[in-house]
Design a protein around this ligand. Structure first.
Ligand SMILES: *Cc1c(COP(=O)(O)O)cnc(C)c1O
Length: 386
């Protein structure tokens, strides 16, 4: 089966991890800060806090922004469940903003409408979590401008989007957000096996994120409450934190991987351009492009014109799987998950999300996808849609 996504591991990656295994530190050594620095430098960010997953990163991002009981957080229904769960971990309520059908991203226009309504009922969100679906940046300038009018915080869920750009700046620079989150799960753009990172420009948020990552403990005299802090073993727990640390083994893989980040994203863009060229003529929509967005193409998702096809999405999906093509579907709308529907969300509350989901199929895209494999996939799509 040709998978829809796959990590790219080379001999340097393996060497880097083995070197760390033989070193003094398997965790809490020098490599995690080195990885943070390399991501920060790549993205033109200020501060980075590496953690053990993007899910953990989203959780501490919410906590650092003070999200808790009584607060409301809005995100996109077309995302992985972690984008919504992070707010619930903090005791907050989650609601959704419908998507833009052309991009699958949280719609800035729908956001503006929903904010205007919410301001009348006193149900404004404390934070909004836009998700850069497939690595294609949301309309951040507009979302940011709304955040100034309505006073909400922004966490970019950029799990798909490291190496992507918006208005010529790399995602992660937080030009239009308080915190940006990356994932380094193997299916994402670069990997640390499990791993994630929070990026921010705000020193105070950075300090909170570091505390939250590791038990709420500080060894920084400046942050301590007590005056008897001159003993060499002394540390203080000053808030409730977690053990969300990344290991040096993971960071070593990350430092090695980020050297190929530009190459990975270029390869993904080449593959996307070939799909675009050949699939454009078929009864489907290829991913939309925009001059201010350079996508990292974590996913290549097409939208089938089912009204012009004789087969259902399920039939098309199964026929491609039978041909050993590991197509997938991103995503089942989060608000329709049983856990979220129990909170009172109805499928038709977000009709664009339902519509998008009903037509979408993600095709294989990853740096190691060979030209002949891609040709095989394209031929199979022509055959199956015939
Ligand atoms: C993968 C993913 C996450 C979670 O990432 P982990 O590192 O696996 O915790 C969150 N949000 C989105 C949009 C994702 O695709």
């Amino acid at each position: 089966m040709i998978p829809y996504g796959r990590q790219d591991i080379n001999a340097s990656d393996i060497d880097a991890v083995v070197r760390t295994l033989k070193s003094d530190f398997l965790t809490q050594g020098p490599i995690v800060p080195l990885f943070e620095e390399s991501v920060v430098n790549y993205c033109g960010a200020q501060y980075g806090v590496a953690v053990n997953s993007a899910t953990s990163a989203l959780h501490i991002a919410c906590l650092a922004l003070g999200i808790g009981r009584g607060d409301i957080v809005w995100t996109s229904p077309i995302t992985f469940v972690a984008s919504a769960n992070c707010a619930i971990y903090c005791g907050a309520e989650v609601d959704f903003v419908d998507i833009d059908l052309a991009t699958g991203n949280l719609s800035a226009a729908k956001l503006a409408e929903k904010l205007s309504e919410a301001s009348k009922t006193g149900k404004l969100p404390k934070a909004v979590i836009p998700v850069h679906l497939s690595g294609r940046c949301c309309d951040m300038a507009e979302i940011f401008s709304l955040s100034k009018s309505y006073g909400f915080k922004i966490i970019e869920d950029a799990s798909h989007a490291i190496g992507g750009r918006y208005q010529d700046a790399f995602i992660g620079g937080c030009n239009y957000s308080d915190i940006t989150v990356f994932s380094f799960h193997p299916v994402k753009i670069i990997t640390t096996a499990e791993g994630g990172m929070c990026l921010t420009k705000d020193k105070a948020l950075y300090n909170s994120l570091k505390l939250l990552r590791s038990h709420g403990i500080t060894r920084d005299v400046e942050e301590m409450m007590s005056s008897t802090n001159d003993s060499p073993w002394y540390y203080e727990q000053i808030t409730l934190g977690y053990n969300y640390r990344m290991t040096d083994l993971q960071a070593a893989l990350g430092v090695s991987q980020i050297k190929r980040l530009s190459h990975f994203v270029e390869r993904r863009n080449e593959i996307a351009a070939i799909y675009d060229e050949f699939l454009e003529k078929l009864p489907l929509n290829i991913p939309s492009r925009s001059s201010d967005v350079y996508s990292s193409y974590h996913l290549y998702s097409i939208q089938l014109h089912l009204d012009r096809l004789s087969k259902t999405r399920l039939q098309i999906f199964n026929l491609l799987r039978q041909r050993e093509i590991g197509v997938n579907v991103h995503y089942i709308p989060v608000h329709t998950q049983p856990y979220f529907s129990r909170m009172g969300h109805l499928p038709q509350d977000f009709p664009n999300a339902i519509d998008y989901y009903s037509k979408t199929i993600s095709l294989p895209i990853f740096p190691g996808l060979k030209g002949d494999q891609q040709k095989y996939i394209i031929d199979a799509i022509y055959e199956v849609l015939d």
